[in-house]
Design a protein around this ligand. Sequence first.
Ligand SMILES: [Zn+2]
Length: 517
Amino acid sequence: MPEASSANFNRLVEPKLKERRLTRQARETCSAANHIAGACLVNLTWVCSPRMNSLLLTGGRVIDPANRLDAVADLLILNGKIAAVGKDAATQAPGEIERFDAKGKIVCPGLIDLHVHLREPGQTAKENIATGTAAAARGGFTSVVCMPNTSPAIDNAGTVALIHERAAQHGVVNVFVTGAITKNIAGEELASIGSLKRAGVVAITDDGHCVQNNELMRRALEYAKMFDLPVMDHCQDYSLVTDGVMHEGYWSTVLGLRGWPSAGEEMIVARNILLAELTGARVHCQHLSAAGSVALLREAKKRGVPISGEACPHHFTLTDAAIAGSEKFWAEDGKNFFSTLNPQPSTLNSFPEWPAYDTNFKMNPPLRTARDREAILEGLADGTIEILCSDHAPHCDYEKEVEFDYAPFGITGLETELSLSLMQLVHARRISLPDLIVKYTVNPARLLNLKKGTLGVGADADVTVFDPDREWIFERDETASKSSNSPFFGWKLKGRTVATIVNGKKIWIEQAELAPV
Ligand SMILES: [Zn+2]
């Protein structure tokens, strides 16, 4: 329901004021010549290290699945590269090197999120490369892969070059770019896939949209295979989904909202499996939400079809009951969520609250049933779904503050995804910590042929340090994103990034780590 115009005005103006205030603070607090462009614009916890590219991390539990390492060890970074890992790494460090005490923390390869909307160019009221990568750094991500549904769409080499240039100027983490499958993401005519590859895209996708014409999709896969590019697909059959706004089921009936059936996703997952089999091209199904999609993927992978899938924390944390309001969600589908917290919320009144029809629970694909959520969790546990990501999709407050039917789909996710994944997968004892890290490092790097996701000697020193047990509350005024469309504000979460290191530079340190002990 539209709010009073004065409230909308405040919400429109407030982000701009916040940005100006933070920019002024950054100027006052960071005069070091060697700070990373953009890093200091967002939060006072950004740091400027005197020796930017060398660091010794001591005493952490180093988990590096790419090198089968899981041990308490030191990690030495020299000139932006991993120089040594192990008990004797400290002996090789120059005497004056900066040290970081990682005792009691996890030290792992920098996390990769392969599904992020940075909204630049053309939608920078929602997000831009500086703010989006700042949110990534806060969440522990050293690399993000941005989607091409910008304005204009990233469907040609010139726009790819523009993103690379802006990312080099304003990004605080590595930004990899995807190109569109079709011109202007219109689903009608193939983009110049070879030209996009030469410009440096790591995959092609029409994300936000889905190529409906199966013959066109077949040709896209054949071209992509020639250029050794994976094709990532947002699986949505338009004729089945039509104008659905939430999962089609019990709650859509109760709430009187138009339904979006699971088959609308499963139909395209099945199509992609058949076309991957036909062409031999690598197809990756994005943000899977339905139990049937997981079953299809599991069966196809057994047959050796080159298909893969990803899942986002909102789909394996929330359900469609959340759209009926917090009370309905916590009463049944959400009742175990906080079971690993200490202390747990004691009464239903102390759980996070939100009203029915809250548009921060509207996403594409939609939140589904508890059975679907369980299937996604099982798919992650048995390896059917190899990759975790956020589908970080910022939108302005004024866009979301409308009736549920009219609000855009999507939520921000970079700053909460590691915590939610830890809670739902590791603390819930579904997968091990190394298996979780694989899904954020080795597996996305392998799919996209990125030279990332490893702490091997000589690799780029992209490192994430996190405390899997730290409990914290995600506060609205602390987000680094330009947008605030998260359903998780006010939630107590378990597991938090402590430091994010890109090319040997500490680009984010959690405030508590800077406080004198
Ligand atoms: Zn999508």
